[in-house]
Write a new protein. Structure first.
Length: 315
């Protein structure tokens, strides 16, 4: 199968008929063998009724329905697991992503050799304060921390080589940082394409300020797991050792000063208590590293690694 199109959605019964008709027209004109996976993230409107109806009309349209709302990342993760195409394209269901971008996104994966291509909504129609400003902050933080020079990490319109989506797990709010997950999984050829951003035609935005905070927390999680997920002692142990040494040296200096100077009082000096606290924090961080190592060593996937190819071996 050439193409899988994964569309996460919640309460989009107004936009789905037009979106599905448009997708169907584009893929038919380009002669793709395809499937469209519509993931209903706990809709309370008639979205699922339409998905079932569309599936009866065209077997290429398939649906997954969550019992409740889990979020966009969960919807994408389930869509990725179900996808069978050589190229996987994701897009939002609110009609702000144009299906006309599908052929070029497909071509960049199949013929230019990209592992994934992220859309860039260079001209946006969102509210500047509630969406554009948070988006700029997210993108700047993601570029700085990951080294991936994309303008729009959060664009829902992306295309992937099949192996990419089968190698990553998306949860929380991590759909914003799929390029980073892909990079940590060893996929380095990440491209970008300017795509059309259309004004919202149906419904209301699902964006909230809570996602703004959660997005930064998930970014910190990704960066930590990517670097220290299989060796947490190297992070906590290093910090713990530094804190302990600083506290120990400071305490030793103050204690030595006590013996040299007769009127020197340790208990009246805040620096002494700060030094002791620093030593305690250092020991706690060190013990955290040990505990994290024990958890990691006993995890079922502790020795699970992504292997690209084998030669001359039978499994």
């Amino acid at each position: 199968m050439d193409l899988s199109i994964v569309v996460p959605l919640i309460n989009e019964d107004e936009s789905l008929p037009e979106l599905c008709s448009w997708i169907e027209s584009v893929v038919t004109q380009n002669g793709f063998s395809y499937e469209v996976i519509l993931v209903d993230d706990g809709s309370t409107d008639n979205s699922w009724d339409f998905i079932e109806k569309k599936g009866r009309e065209n077997a290429n349209f398939k649906g997954i329905k969550f019992q409740r709302n889990y979020g966009k990342s969960a919807a994408l993760n389930e869509g990725f697991k179900a996808s069978k195409g050589d190229v996987i394209i994701t897009m939002d269901a609110d009609m702000q992503d144009s299906p006309d971008e599908i052929p070029e996104l497909y071509r960049m994966i199949r013929h230019e050799g990209f592992d994934m291509v992220s859309g860039w909504k260079k001209k946006r129609y969102d509210n500047a304060l509630t969406k554009n400003l948070p988006s700029k902050l997210f993108n700047a933080a993601a570029r700085w921390s990951s080294g991936i020079q994309l303008h729009d990490f959060n664009c829902g319109l992306k295309s992937y080589r099949r192996k990419v989506v089968k190698s990553i797990e998306v949860y929380g709010e991590m759909h914003r940082y799929i390029p980073i997950l892909a990079k940590w999984s060893g996929f380095r050829k990440i491209g970008e394409k300017v795509v059309e951003h259309r004004p919202r035609k149906y419904g209301v935005t699902k964006f909230g300020w809570q996602r703004f905070v959660n997005g930064f927390l998930d970014l910190a999680t990704i960066m930590f797991l990517g670097k220290f997920g299989k060796r947490p002692m190297q992070f906590f142990g290093l910090l713990g050792t530094l804190f302990f040494i600083i506290g120990f040296v400071s305490s030793a200096y103050l204690i030595a000063a006590k013996f040299v100077t007769e009127d020197f009082s340790l208990t009246n000096r805040p620096s002494f208590y700060i030094a002791l606290t620093t030593m305690i924090i250092g020991m706690q961080l060190f013990l955290t590293g040990f505990i994290a190592e024990l958890v990691t060593r006993n995890a079922p996937e502790r020795n699970s690694y992504l292997i690209e190819a084998r030669s001359g071996m039978q499994l």
